[in-house]
Ligand binder design. Structure first.
Ligand SMILES: [Fe+2]
Ligand SMILES: [Fe+2]
Length: 303
C-alpha cells in the first residue's frame, strides 16, 4: 500500500470521527428499564447455554447469568481499552503532533475514553459487580503495554477489538436484549470499525515486508490475546450467586462448554486477519487448533 493512499484514507477516518461523534450520554437510552423477561446478552453468548445443564437453571437464573456475564464482558473491554490507551500514549511520544498517525490516535484515545465511560455507566445501570483480573492478568498486561514493541501491541489491540466487535455484532442485532446494551453495542460497533480499519492498515505496512519469524510471532500474539480475554468471562463466583446447590459442577461445565463454542462466536475476524498475512504455518496452525479452534466444536480450522 502506498504511503499517499494510507494518509488519504486515515484523513477520511479522522474527518468522520470529528463530524459524526457519538456521545454515550445521548446515544444510549439510559432511562429505559428491563422487563422480567428482558435478556442482557443473546443466549448463545451465555457460557452454559447449549449444555444439557442449562435446563437445570430456572428462566430467572438463565437471565441472571446473562446479566452477570455481560457485566463481566463490559468490564473486561473497559479494562483492555485503558491498557490500549496507555500504549497509544506511549506510542505518541515518538510521533509529530501534526502527523496523520498522531492525529488519528488522538481521536482513537478520545473515543476509547468515551467507551470506557459508557461501559462503566452500563455496569452501574445493570447493578452487578464484575470479577477483577487476577495478579497474573495484571502482570502480563503491565509487561506488554510497557515493553512490547509497537507492532506486537498494535496486533494485541486489534485482536481484542475484533473479538469485542464480533460480540457487539451479536448483541446489537438481538431484539430480545435490553435496549441499553443494544445501543452501547451499536455505538461501539460503529466506532470500533474505524479503529480496526486503521490497525489493519498500520499492520499491513508491517506484515507486507515481514519474514517467517515475525509473522509467526504476530500470529501467536493474536492467539495469546484471544485466550487471555476468554479467560475472563466465565467466573465461579457467578454460579455461586445464582444460588444453585451444585454451583461448582455448573461452573466447570460452563467453562468447558464455553471454550468449545467460543471460537465459533468470536474468533472469525481474527482468523480472517491472520490468514491475510499468512499467519498460519506449521508452527502456529497446531497451536491455534489446540488452544482455540477445537475441531470438535468449530469449523474454523485454519487452512
Ligand atoms: Fe472501544
Ligand atoms: Fe478501539
Amino acid at each position: 500500500m502506498k504511503q499517499f493512499y494510507f494518509e488519504e484514507s486515515v484523513e477520511r477516518l479522522i474527518r468522520i470521527s470529528k463530524e459524526k461523534p457519538l456521545l454515550p450520554e445521548t446515544y444510549v437510552p439510559w432511562a429505559d428499564e428491563p422487563k422480567d423477561d428482558t435478556l442482557f446478552m443473546p443466549e448463545k453468548l451465555v457460557s452454559l447455554e447449549g449444555h444439557p445443564l442449562w435446563h437445570k437453571l430456572s428462566r430467572e437464573q438463565q437471565i441472571e447469568l446473562g446479566r452477570l456475564e455481560v457485566v463481566q464482558v463490559m468490564y473486561s473491554y473497559a479494562w483492555s481499552e485503558t491498557l490500549a490507551c496507555y500504549f497509544f500514549q506511549r506510542h505518541l511520544l515518538g510521533l509529530d503532533p501534526d502527523s496523520v498517525e498522531y492525529r488519528f490516535l488522538l481521536r482513537e484515545i478520545i473515543e476509547e475514553s468515551r467507551h470506557q465511560e459508557m461501559f462503566g455507566m452500563a455496569i452501574r445501570k445493570l447493578d452487578r459487580k464484575p470479577v477483577k483480573p487476577t495478579g497474573l492478568h495484571r502482570l502480563f498486561a503491565y509487561l506488554t503495554v510497557r515493553w512490547f514493541p509497537d507492532s506486537w501491541m498494535f496486533i494485541s489491540v486489534l485482536a481484542i477489538e475484533h473479538m469485542a466487535d464480533t460480540y457487539a455484532h451479536h448483541m446489537r442485532r438481538d431484539p430480545g436484549v435490553f435496549s441499553v446494551i443494544r445501543k452501547c453495542s451499536q455505538l461501539h460497533h460503529i466506532e470500533e470499525g474505524r479503529h480496526i480499519q486503521y490497525a489493519e492498515w498500520w499492520l499491513k505496512r508491517f506484515t507486507d515486508s515481514a519474514g517467517f519469524f515475525k509473522i509467526t510471532i504476530l500470529s501467536l500474539i493474536t492467539l495469546a490475546n484471544i485466550i487471555f480475554m476468554r479467560s475472563f468471562y466465565v467466573q465461579r463466583a457467578f454460579f455461586k450467586e445464582l444460588g444453585t446447590g451444585d454451583s461448582d459442577t455448573l461452573y466447570r461445565a460452563a467453562r468447558t462448554h464455553y471454550r468449545k463454542k467460543f471460537a465459533g462466536l468470536a474468533a472469525e475476524e481474527s482468523v480472517r486477519f491472520v490468514n491475510s498475512f499468512r499467519g498460519f504455518n506449521f508452527i502456529t496452525r497446531p497451536l491455534w487448533n489446540f488452544f482455540l479452534l477445537n475441531p470438535s466444536a468449530s469449523n474454523q480450522n485454519p487452512k
